[in-house]
Design a protein around this ligand. Structure first.
Ligand SMILES: Nc1ncnc2c1ncn2[C@@H]1O[C@H](COP(=O)(O)OP(=O)(O)OP(=O)(O)O)[C@@H](O)[C@H]1O
Ligand SMILES: [Mg+2]
Length: 197
């Protein structure tokens, strides 16, 4: 970091937020594969867009085809994947955008690190809580079938742990809450927190 000097910008996060009538933040979705992160995040983004808010969705597989192409699924690559997503989310937040991220992010430590990078005031953890058996039954990408046949190693929930959030800001149980119910619950929370002005 020698010879690198941070340049203070004249236009601040607050200046950018003011013209959008919203607060920049990160809605960090976490949950097993197939739990419903992408489905709920997509529907929520659509709803927020229709309401006139400026959003952006960073979704696991899409990011792995671009920014994080070349990263695999080893422990260190998974950590680097999440670190980069957190850094990008931080920039989007500073731009005043409501940023949605949909990554399994199974480890408490990595989510804690993401929260530290982004800043706790701007980090909203959303736990998409769906039991393993239900995710395996839905299997939208056919990954559970492969993993249960031994074709994928270190699959979250099977031979790699999922550490559920202990105090998520928003807890969605998809066996009990439909997609529209989940979306309305998140919007209610965002209004209460003053994110949507
Ligand atoms: N209440 C619900 N909420 C969300 N998804 C639901 C619900 N009920 C059924 N589903 C279905 O569950 C599946 C969830 O798949 P989705 O791709 O959103 O999971 P994901 O968490 O993004 O997984 P991955 O980590 O592999 O990307 C979809 O087929 C969706 O239609
Ligand atoms: Mg997804």
């Amino acid at each position: 970091m020698e010879n690198i000097v941070w340049h203070e910008h004249h236009v601040t996060k607050e200046d950018r937020e003011k013209i959008k009538n919203q607060k920049g933040c990160v809605l960090w979705f976490t949950g097993l594969s197939g739990s419903g992160k992408s489905t709920i995040a997509n529907t929520l983004e659509e709803r927020l867009n229709q309401m006139g808010y400026h959003t952006y969705l960073l979704d696991g597989d899409n990011i792995r085809t671009g920014l994080n192409r070349g990263l695999g699924f080893s422990q260190s690559d998974r950590e680097e994947n999440i670190r980069r997503v957190a850094e990008v989310s931080k920039l989007f937040t500073d731009a005043g955008i409501i940023t949605l991220t949909a990554f399994i992010s199974p480890f408490i430590k990595e989510r804690k690190r993401a929260k530290e990078i982004i800043g706790e005031d701007h980090f909203i953890e959303i736990f998409i809580d769906t039991p393993f058996e239900e995710c395996a039954k839905r299997d939208p990408k056919g990954l559970y079938k492969k993993a249960l046949n031994g074709e994928i190693k270190e699959f979250t929930g099977l031979d790699s742990p999922y550490e559920a959030p202990t105090h998520p800001d928003i807890h969605i149980k998809t066996l009990e809450e439909s997609i529209p119910t989940a979306v309305e619950k998140i919007i209610f929370y965002l209004k209460e927190r003053g994110i949507l002005c």
